[in-house]
Write a protein that binds this ligand. Structure first.
Ligand code: LLP
Length: 385
């Protein structure tokens, strides 16, 4: 059974559960993104929501990336980690006044505006400061991402973005507002997208939107395609760095950019997912009548994705190479949804064995909770452990 490489001896002194980050793999991934996006002069804003661990943010900021934020807290975390304000984009359907003011005070690059009501408030708050807010309209491109319903965002019935049918009306109003300046259009169709056809559809739709804008005599300086590139949760050991070459090539091939137009992306998962792993210990092996349970000291409080989205994470016993047996791998939380995997093949599990939940760097630590009065997990890094 091909497993990840973990410094198990060093883990022995640590209290589980914890997140373990492979910073060399993160750097390799960042280098790949820089190379592939750099080929076409594309700008990359890392989606802070995927992982806001300060050390991870600093590493990404040091590599020259911008940040994509969805709350005032994320804007602050990005600034604290060293992302330049001039590379921060700020999306979200429900930006509170203080959050908009934080963006205005720091002169962030752009607000990705999701409704007419929000646009009017940004105009009002910018006016009060005597500033002009740079805005991009987040448009609902109505492209189906063919991903999990809970992480699809680009369809009409989603709460996100401005529907295509209402774009004209919003543009008319925008022309009347004095303290907002239209600098771009923004789209994001969903997350964990592995079929490039969805991104092809998105690019073609953006070409059409550009034609509509041109018909109104409008041309924007920036196009932002959001995030969404998926990763291989099944083979983290074979394919640790996602295929950024294929991804960016889709846009380069199909997009019809206007002269001087800048192209932006907001990847989250594809940058950080594979470098992070949740490490836990086996508390008990419980032999049931029809199945065996491997009960971990980690639960959905540390990694919510399986309980919330039925998401698959590869599970490995990294303490031994004994013959495999099948277990339902579960956590200690008092809810029956606290299951990481059913009928999972693991090297025979014993109390105290280390179990790695792989590909947990994105939407893992950042979604942890203190339910059941549990402590938030600590994090350790391959270069400092
Ligand atoms: N930009 C916008 C506007 C977004 O809403 C998102 C993610 C991203 C960028 C980054 O997308 P990514 O490259 O990471 O796919 N918690 C869920 C995923 C939620 C994604 C929300 N939006 C999960 O664990 O699968």
């Amino acid at each position: 059974m091909l497993k990840g490489n973990f410094p198990v001896d060093k883990f022995k002194a640590l209290q589980t559960p914890f997140y373990y980050y492979n910073v060399e793999l993160l750097q390799e991934t960042l280098d790949m993104v820089k190379t592939e996006a750099g080929k076409y002069g594309y700008h990359v804003h890392y989606a802070i929501k995927a992982n806001a661990n300060p050390r991870i943010l600093q590493l990404i900021a040091q590599n020259g990336f911008g940040a994509d934020c969805v709350s005032g807290g994320e804007v602050q975390a990005a600034l604290d980690a060293g992302f330049p304000a001039g590379k921060i984009v700020f999306a979200g359907v429900g930006k509170a006044d203080w959050e908009i003011n934080l963006g205005l005070d720091n002169d962030i690059f752009c607000f990705n505006v999701e409704s007419l009501a929000e646009l009017e408030i940004i105009d009002e708050l910018a006016a009060a400061k005597g500033k002009t807010a740079a805005v991009a309209l987040r448009i609902n491109p109505e492209v189906d991402a063919h991903t999990h319903a809970k992480i699809t965002t680009g369809m009409k019935e989603n709460k996100f973005g401005i529907n295509l049918s209402q774009l004209g009306m919003v543009l008319d109003r925008l022309a009347e507002l004095k303290f907002v300046k239209l600098i771009g259009i923004h789209c994001h169709i969903g997350s964990q997208i592995t079929d490039m056809a969805a991104f092809r559809g998105l690019t073609i739709r953006v070409n059409e939107i550009q034609d509509e804008l041109a018909a109104r005599g409008l041309q924007v300086e920036n196009l932002n395609f959001g995030g969404g590139l998926g990763i291989d949760y099944y083979h983290p050991n074979h394919l640790p760095v996602p295929a950024f070459d294929n991804y960016f090539a889709v846009f380069n091939k199909l997009l019809q950019p206007r002269p001087g137009q800048q192209v932006h992306f907001e990847p989250g998962r594809s940058i950080v997912a594979q470098c992070g792993n949740l490490i836990s210990r086996v508390l008990y092996v419980k032999e049931g009548e029809t199945k065996n349970f491997c009960i971990l000291d980690a639960g959905f409080t540390e990694l919510l994705r399986p309980a919330m989205y039925d998401a698959y994470h590869r599970i490995e016993n990294i303490s031994n190479d004994e013959p495999v047996a099948k277990y339902d791998v579960v956590g200690p939380i008092c809810e029956s949804s606290d299951v990481f995997g059913k009928e999972v093949e693991l090297n025979k599990a014993h109390r105290g064995d280390f179990i790695a939940l792989r590909s947990a760097g994105a939407y893992g630590e950042v979604m942890a909770s203190q339910y059941n009065c549990r402590q938030l997990p600590k994090a350790y890094y391959s270069d400092t452990i």
